[in-house]
Design a protein around this ligand. Structure first.
Ligand SMILES: [Zn+2]
Length: 413
């Protein structure tokens, strides 16, 4: 593999070992049914969603204002694309992409000559069995945990559903009506009714196979029942509120969801950091939430990038918070390595999950992301072996624990 880093010392042996190890992909957005995936061929621009598009935008590529970078689609116009690709192609996002190009299409880079053919080959791969071929056979993934908005409706034993918590259903009256319909409750007329629907809905989701409920770090840190009740009334009255205003309701229902998750013995995942105005998903804002809900088990995503040290401290201090490197390896590869070199000094081994690819389309990219994750953990643990702080066999066992045993235990797979 041309794009493999030169690893030194024990890291090389660990990387070799990592190819033989089973993997749990703890966080995905791939469709929960393969048939949805294979029936949605992609266009040129979708190869870069949801992440490289962000770097292209950052590099100055013109996109409509206020479009979320994850969703913008680059036109198939090579002359317009190339100058920005040349600036963005060395980020970690793009490195995972280029590892993928090499593995699946024998290409080192995207070029004027090959880009149409690559899109064609990706679409040619959309055939029954593609999940098995790429996820199971190429990546050695035993379980993958995609996010889904509502009813899991999953029939593939490879997939387990991480379902949006009711806290993600607070922005409109329609969303709340949908929640009530799926929960089998009346349309909520008061905050109390909404709480009731939320609890019933989560119970239904668990019965249908949900193994996790997703929420996020948010700016409204302290839940306030009166403010939540006011916002509920305004939303049910048809007002459309800003994310921050609606946040008072979200924050309250998130609290209810966390308690319900604990009662159902299902963990909760929390997005932290990275996107756009990352102050709106600041990892520091989850500290109080985790502290108030000691019976809920939290899978803390993305290391709060850029606040990686805070993520380490959270996993260290709270017995109900786990550190998950999902997405981190390709947001910032060396930042993740450096954080985990420090994290190894701080966090018990059972509190760490090494991988979640966090992709939706073009699932060959999962291989590229996993490749970087395997390199990174090899570097972190290899460094310990080389410094005589760890023996190689123990390092291998830790690697398997982080990639496989820990998420298997946490999610009861
Ligand atoms: Zn995600």
């Amino acid at each position: 593999m041309k794009f493999k880093q030169n690893l030194t010392g024990a890291a090389e042996a660990l990387f070799e070992y990592s190819e033989t190890m089973p993997i749990i992909d703890t966080h995905e957005h791939i469709p929960v049914k393969e048939e949805y995936y294979i029936n949605a061929p992609i266009q040129f621009g979708q190869m870069f969603n949801p992440y490289i598009s962000n770097d292209l935008k950052s590099a100055g590529m013109p996109f409509p204002r206020d479009t979320w970078a994850a969703l913008v689609v680059v036109d198939d116009d090579w002359d317009a694309f190339e100058p920005y690709w040349n600036q963005a192609k060395f980020t970690s996002y793009a490195r995972a992409f280029r590892i993928t190009l090499q593995k699946y299409f024998g290409e080192d880079d995207l070029t004027r000559e090959n880009h149409k053919e690559i899109v064609q080959k990706i679409n040619d791969s959309l055939k029954p069995g593609v999940y098995d071929r790429i996820l199971r056979q190429d990546c050695n993934i035993e379980w993958s945990i995609p996010c889904a908005g509502a009813l899991p409706d999953i029939d593939d034993p490879l997939l387990k559903g991480n379902i949006s918590s009711p806290a993600m259903f607070c922005m409109s009256a329609d969303q709340m009506k949908q929640l009530a319909a799926e929960a089998g409750t009346e349309i909520p007329k008061s905050l109390e009714d909404f709480e009731e629907s939320a609890r019933a809905w989560m119970t239904v989701q668990k019965e249908k196979g949900a193994i996790c409920f997703k929420s996020r770090a948010m700016r409204v840190e302290n839940p306030d029942r009166d403010k939540a009740a006011q916002i509920f009334k305004r939303i049910m009255g048809g007002e459309s509120l800003s994310e921050l205003e609606a946040g008072h309701l979200e924050s309250w229902i998130r609290e209810v969801s966390a308690r319900t998750a604990a009662e159902l013995d299902v963990p909760m995942a929390l997005h932290t950091g990275v996107w756009n105005n990352y102050k709106n998903s600041d990892i520091n804002d989850i500290v109080g939430f985790i502290d108030r809900n000691p019976d809920t088990r939290f899978d803390v995503y993305h290391m709060g990038i850029p606040k990686i040290r805070e993520s380490l401290q959270i996993a260290k201090n709270f017995e109900n918070a786990w550190l998950n490197m999902c997405w981190s390896h390709i947001v910032a590869s060396d930042m993740t390595v450096n954080a985990m070199k420090e994290g190894f000094d701080m966090i018990p081994l059972n509190k760490i999950f090494a991988f979640g690819a966090d992709y939706s389309l073009f699932i060959q990219k999962i291989y590229g992301h996993l490749f970087i994750a395997r390199e990174n953990i090899s570097i972190v643990l290899g460094d310990r072996v080389d410094r005589n702080l760890l023996d190689l066999d123990t390092a291998k066992a830790i690697m398997k624990q982080w990639f496989y045993d820990n998420p298997k235990d946490f999610y009861k797979l």
